[in-house]
Design a protein. Structure first.
Length: 467
């Protein structure tokens, strides 16, 4: 199967990518955005439910019939939504708002056929727990999708992407630290490099830091404004919600400060908190106010990294690279701070829109050879880089073989899923990708794992999984 749908679920949005053939990639877009935002408006008068980023501001203003915090709220069925006068589970907003229809229509448009059932690969942000993941997969499968669940997250895909397209520096011996923040939550991963092999520790879970995945300048000015307003009103109820209300405005405030380029303050007029919307205050803020607080938040981020390194890597062990994924990291304050921690050529910072570059790799990786081990002992997946690239043409070197790993939600963890298809049916077997003068052939290896038992074959020969 050469056509694939790839879905990435974050706490606030879905990123969806369609791969047609071996080279064509299409992002599923709305009329105004490259992401499918999980903020909804239920118009009871028109019986219309819409989704999109514009609903976010209204939701955080506590306006009636606007819905957000979707991922957290669907875990239980306590919160419902009235659809045509009938109380329904909140997860039904995915179908009723047109999210599922958009994905289906765009897929069929680009693939050129009318598929009644759409097969897809799904990955999740590390901030989404297993019970929510299973509920989302089950819901999609009940609405004419067949989803498979990937163990490879964006952190692993990012490392693979930079290895293929950018630089090989991160594959020195040591540990790659990946700091990922697509929302206010910061997740930190580690991927070890041992003897030119990438070792994925199956038992290591990303470490999450709530409210730390925020642009430090934006956090600085929003917190300053909220604090000043609250001094006069004493009405602050939920800082996170107030922060979300001012995110869009903060970009404009920061631009005004940067445009001044001196010590004069800017005036922010008529600011109120959602808990006291009629009490408005004018706030003066200077560049120095923001710079001082920004420095504190950047130092806090560095402290988080240093603590993570000490606790999970070791103070004297080598860090091969730091990879940062998220718009919040794209500023001079963070870059300059972390260049004092690690050399400049070992620091990679990627914007949010790089999600699609990373996801595109899933359309060319062979997903047939991995079955999750049932062994209770701690296990790792070993991925070698030596055979991934060869300067010779692929036709001159038949040993240039690469494989990656994918897990599925299986009956031993969550119970069976309806309409389950095998990896072979869903993804096919062989794909080819080229990068300038380097080529890769990605082949399946049915002899590596016994799919029935999930363990090694009886010959007990040691194998590597080649990335």
């Amino acid at each position: 199967m050469s056509d694939k749908l790839i879905l990435f679920f974050n706490r606030e949005y879905i990123a969806a990518l369609i791969s047609v053939g071996e080279t064509n990639k299409y992002i599923i877009r709305t009329d105004v955005d490259d992401l499918i935002w999980l903020y909804f408006f239920n118009d009871p008068h028109q019986n219309i439910i819409s989704f999109g980023y514009d609903n976010k501001r209204h939701y955080h203003n506590n306006e009636y019939n606007y819905y957000g915090g979707f991922i957290d709220k669907i875990e239980s069925d306590i919160e419902t939504v009235a659809i045509r006068g009938i109380e329904r589970p909140l997860i039904d907003l995915l179908a009723e708002s047109g999210v599922l229809k958009l994905i289906k229509d765009k897929y069929n448009e680009h693939v050129g056929d009318n598929h009644s059932i759409i097969r897809a690969l799904i990955i999740f942000s590390p901030s989404i727990n297993d019970s929510i993941r299973f509920k989302i997969i089950k819901y999609f499968n009940a609405n004419n999708f067949v989803l498979k669940y990937s163990l490879l997250g964006l952190s692993q895909l990012a490392c693979c992407f930079y290895f293929i397209h950018k630089s090989r520096f991160i594959f020195e011996s040591g540990t790659i630290v990946v700091m990922e923040a697509f929302s206010s939550l910061l997740s930190i991963h580690k991927i070890d490099i041992i003897d030119n092999k990438v070792v994925l520790d199956e038992d290591f879970l990303p470490i999450n830091f709530p409210e730390k995945g925020v642009d430090p300048r934006k956090k600085s000015i929003i917190k300053f404004v909220i604090t000043e307003v609250n001094k006069a009103t004493n009405s602050l109820y939920n800082f996170e919600r107030e922060f979300s209300r001012f995110e869009e405005s903060a970009d404009k405030w920061l631009k005004r400060i940067d445009d001044l380029n001196d010590k004069r303050p800017i005036l922010i007029k008529g600011v109120s908190l959602s808990s006291a919307p009629n009490i408005r205050r004018d706030i003066y803020v200077t560049k120095n106010d923001i710079d001082v607080d920004t420095g504190c938040y950047v130092n806090e981020l560095a402290d988080i990294y240093n603590t993570f390194r000490q606790d999970y890597i070791g103070k004297y062990d080598n860090v091969a690279a730091i990879v940062m994924i998220g718009d919040c990291f794209v500023n001079d304050y963070i870059r300059k701070k972390f260049e004092t921690i690690i050399s400049k050529n070992k620091l990679k910072i990627a914007r949010n829109n790089c999600i699609y570059d990373f996801l595109s790799l899933l359309s060319i990786l062979d997903l047939n050879r991995f079955t999750k081990s049932k062994d209770k002992k701690k296990s790792t997946k070993i991925l070698s880089d030596e055979e991934l690239f060869n300067k010779k043409s692929v036709s001159n070197d038949k040993d240039c073989v690469c494989n990656t790993v994918v897990d599925e939600i299986n009956s031993s963890i969550h119970g069976p899923l309806d309409n389950h298809l095998s990896d072979e049916e869903l993804f096919g077997t062989n794909y080819v990708v080229s990068d300038q003068n380097q080529s890769i052939i990605i082949l399946s290896d049915e002899n590596l794992f016994d799919k029935k038992s999930g363990s090694h074959k009886k010959n007990n020969k040691k194998h590597d999984l080649f990335f």
